[in-house]
Design a protein around this ligand. Structure first.
Ligand code: SF4
Ligand code: SF4
Length: 439
């Protein structure tokens, strides 16, 4: 998809970066089959908010018939990049590549509101675990000390609603960051059958450290030697999904340098957004003479943790672990990676677990990276639909394999006063293992 030089003068309004190939730009046959699965089209009923409409807009801008206007920017960021349209498209349109290319053009044009803030976070904070953890320490102090004081004094209620919503949406910062206590090498109790690398993830590391710890323990039970390099960095997906491909590529190269020489059987990832993006490293760096081969190899060995466990016939817990669960498909698992059966099979293989199918399980929850922060109202309308469906299942636990979805669903369930727990599949499996050991 990517080219460094604009060798396509007919794409007049596109800058010299991330220009989609002509066949990707022209693949859509306007059949409209993607319209009913698009959450934003369902919200507005407007063609321009549909996948087909957006593809048309991108083509018109690329050809120089339309400017990168406010409306264009609005539509490209109203899209959740959930890729539900990709799953149903009979023509195989690579919509994700198109919308991300369009966002990179917007980023390059400098016309986006609040661009300086994005640049600050993607280029100064997410490029360094040290700086990210420093920021996380401030947020943790705020969540533990300041926020309760604001509640107690009544000041909290006086804060603007948007600020309160953002605080309530943000997952709690972990008491200890995962990479502060996990050794670089964790050995299984029995023999080593696989040597796997683990991407800690930037947000998983600071907000979901317990899930990372569960992942290492589950992998150890399944005879894995787990390598967790301290020098690893963010996978780059957040930057790429928001148009900053320069930083995304820099981070990708850093991770490739770190993981490539470790002689790994697999790189195992428990965050759908990160595994989806590392599987795209090959494509992202296809034109990079130094990195293209290594990037393709890294993509080849990257697996979502449920994919890895099913592929290698994970050990079933020996004792029943009676739980009523439902499963929400994270967009970056089902639509980007085509993974829907493995997490369900994993749950069904835990003795005692009853899996209740969720209506519209593959419909986006509205989290979508930072969408729930930047487009709070739209995100909540999408979330309400998901919560209604979860409520209908009667399940006690909703399971999903992406931190963004976990935070969003937890918030939605709290808002609806529903006592339903949100768990990562690996946490549920680890709980079942521990339950078996204690019997
Ligand atoms: S990615 Fe999702 S929100 Fe965007 S056009 Fe496709 S279905 Fe609609
Ligand atoms: S389903 Fe595919 S080919 Fe049909 S309108 Fe949507 S994007 Fe175009």
């Amino acid at each position: 998809m990517t080219q460094n030089k604009n060798s396509k003068p007919h794409l007049k309004h596109f800058h010299d970066v991330e220009i989609p190939d002509d066949d990707i730009l022209t693949q859509c046959m306007h059949c409209g089959l993607c319209l009913p699965v698009c959450p934003t089209y369902t919200l507005t009923g407007m063609e321009r908010s549909s996948p087909r409409g957006r593809i048309r807009l991108i083509k018109e801008v690329a050809a120089g018939h339309l400017e990168i206007s406010k409306t264009f920017i609005e539509e490209m960021y109203f899209c959740l990049d959930c890729q539900a349209c990709v799953t149903v498209c009979p023509a195989g349109v690579k919509y994700g590549q198109l919308v991300e290319a369009a966002r990179s053009q917007i980023f390059e044009s400098g016309k986006e509101r609040g661009l300086w803030l994005k640049k600050f976070f993607f280029r100064s904070v997410f490029t360094s675990f040290g700086r990210l953890k420093l920021l996380a320490r401030f947020v943790r102090f705020y969540q533990k000390i300041i926020e309760p004081l604001l509640h107690k004094s009544g000041i909290y209620k006086l804060l603007p609603r948007r600020i309160r919503s953002m605080q309530e949406l943000a997952p709690r910062i972990s008491a200890r960051f995962f990479d502060d206590y996990i050794p670089e090498r964790s050995m299984p109790q029995d023999q080593v059958r696989y040597r796997v690398g683990m991407l800690t993830g930037c947000l998983m590391n600071i907000m979901f450290a317990d899930i990372n710890a569960d992942t290492v323990e589950v992998l150890q039970v399944n005879d894995c030697e787990v390598i967790t390099p301290k020098s690893q960095v963010c996978c780059g997906s957040l930057a790429a999904h928001n148009g900053d491909f320069e930083i995304a590529k820099t981070l990708a190269r850093q991770n490739i340098d770190i993981f490539f020489n470790l002689k790994l059987d697999a790189i195992v990832i428990n965050s759908a957004g990160c595994s989806a993006f590392m599987k795209e490293y090959g494509q992202l760096l296809a034109n990079d003479i130094e990195y293209s081969e290594k990037a393709a190899k890294i993509s080849e060995i990257t697996l979502d943790v449920s994919e890895f466990l099913l592929k290698h016939k994970f050990k079933k817990p020996s004792h029943p672990f009676a739980r009523r669960v439902t499963y929400h498909d994270a967009c970056h698992l089902i639509h980007t990676q085509g993974i829907s059966q493995q997490p369900r099979q994993l749950l069904e293989l835990i003795p005692g677990v009853v899996l209740i199918e969720l209506d519209e399980a593959s419909w986006c929850c509205g989290s979508a990276g930072i969408y729930n922060l930047t487009r709070y109202e739209d995100s909540m309308r999408i979330l309400d639909r998901k919560i209604e469906n979860i409520k209908k299942t009667g399940a006690d636990i909703v399971v999903t394999g992406n931190p963004g979805c976990m935070g969003q669903l937890s918030y939605g369930l709290r808002r609806a006063n529903l006592a339903i727990q949100v768990l990562h599949p690996i946490t549920l499996l680890n709980q079942a293992y521990k339950n078996s050991q204690s019997q």
